[in-house]
Ligand binder design. Structure first.
Ligand SMILES: [Zn+2]
Length: 400
């Protein structure tokens, strides 16, 4: 989209106007991040939309440096050039798809590279990040499990998945559900970053640079008489210990953790020095999740995926009505519109707890879980192929 016309418009705008035009365009396109990347003799601007990075335009190094300086002013960063990574934030009003102004928080991260400062603007406070549980893309069985897990009133739920897999949206859907159904609860969050501002919830932004870490936050939160605590991420033994302590004392705790599967979370907790028996005692359940792109309904058509791919998914003995998007103006010729979640939910019961304590192999824990409807991420994703919601290629890319 590097048209001469765009180049001309960019020249006439002041740096602040140019930033606003870029952010407005990204916001309307549904981008989560804007990347401003210095190359050898020009600067490339790219948007991350639905998980993929898309080129939008390139600008001259001179223009980019004016834009960069204005961004620093907007985010209250020191004006002088720094050799160190920096981050800041600002907010401004942008038009949404309904042509109404929406206040948008932008988090700015500056990273020094050999070609100059690379900037990533993360667009926060988007209405899309807030979904009710029923809109997450869960099967009915999983939806019932998630509701049951989150309404339990005590204990811990841990969610895992790579960056950008929708974990925050799942946690926010739990908060939304709890705050709608029970306003007698005191809900407090520790987040980094806060991606959506709830009206009636106390949300707190982690500031590691001044010593306000997840662990420090947990220590303080327990003195705030909480019923429900959401922790952005558990990544160190101290935070893990506080979180387990809070769950043991009758609070509901939910958080994300770095692991590859619902069961992988157990090994991660052992890594974080939580004793096996304690894990079984406090955990209500673990959830693994990913996001897959949804086929555009306007150009959906039959698909004949390569046999090799069908074998990879174990679908060779099944008749499946495969679908794909042909590409149309509505989906900007990508064949996809939006994304949906795929899930693996391990709900703990006594049988699973004793299997874990007895250090039974994972395969055995899975077969016990299957008795109450457990399915793996891949099985959930394959269901989405059967339902014509996503493509074989997308599932192979995201889940395998
Ligand atoms: Zn389409």
């Amino acid at each position: 989209m590097d048209t001469p016309e765009k180049e001309k418009t960019a020249k006439e705008l002041t740096p602040t106007e140019a930033i606003n035009v870029i952010i407005q365009e990204a916001f309307l396109a549904g981008a989560s991040d804007i990347h401003i990347e210095p190359l050898k003799d020009k600067v490339r601007i790219r948007f991350r939309i639905n998980g993929d990075i898309i080129d939008t335009q390139t600008i001259s190094t001179e223009k980019a440096s004016l834009i960069f300086n204005s961004l620093k002013v907007m985010a209250n960063l020191p004006y002088q050039t720094s050799e160190l990574p920096e981050d800041g934030h600002f907010s401004a009003d942008f038009l949404n798809s309904e042509n109404k102004y929406e206040n948008v928080d932008i988090r700015l991260s500056v990273f020094p590279t050999i070609n100059g400062s690379a900037v990533v603007l993360r667009i926060l406070n988007r209405a899309e990040i807030l979904l009710s549980m029923k809109d997450l893309g869960m099967s009915n069985d999983d939806l019932i499990k998630l509701k049951r897990l989150s309404m339990r009133g005590y204990g811990m739920i841990l969610i895992n998945g790579p960056v950008g897999s929708g974990k925050t949206t799942t946690m926010y859907s739990i908060i939304l559900e709890l705050s709608q159904h029970d306003n007698k609860k005191n809900i407090i969050t520790l987040e980094d970053p806060i991606e959506y501002n709830f009206e009636f919830i106390r949300q707190s932004q982690i500031k590691s640079e001044i010593g306000f870490t997840f662990a420090e936050g947990m220590k303080a939160i327990l003195r705030q008489d909480p019923d429900v605590i959401m922790i952005g991420e558990i990544r160190d033994p101290e935070t893990a210990a506080y979180a387990v302590g809070a769950a043991l004392s009758g609070r509901s705790v939910f958080s994300t953790i770095h692991a590859n599967s619902a069961i992988g979370t157990l090994a991660r907790l052992v890594d974080l020095k939580i004793e096996r028996g304690l894990i079984c005692y406090v955990l209500n359940g673990t959830i693994a999740q990913r996001l897959v792109k949804k086929i555009c309904p306007a150009c959906k058509q039959d698909d004949t995926p390569p046999l090799e791919f069908i074998h990879m998914l174990g679908l060779e003995n099944e008749r499946v009505n495969y679908k794909k998007g042909a590409g149309c103006p509505k989906c900007k010729n990508t064949g996809f519109i939006g994304r949906t979640g795929i899930f693996e939910i391990l709900e703990f019961n006594d049988e699973i707890r004793s299997a874990i304590i007895e250090k039974n192999p994972i395969s055995e824990i899975i077969s016990i879980a299957r008795k109450s409807g457990f399915k793996t991420l891949l099985e959930d994703a394959v269901n989405k192929i059967r339902e014509g919601e996503t493509t074989v290629e997308e599932v192979i890319k995201i889940v395998l």
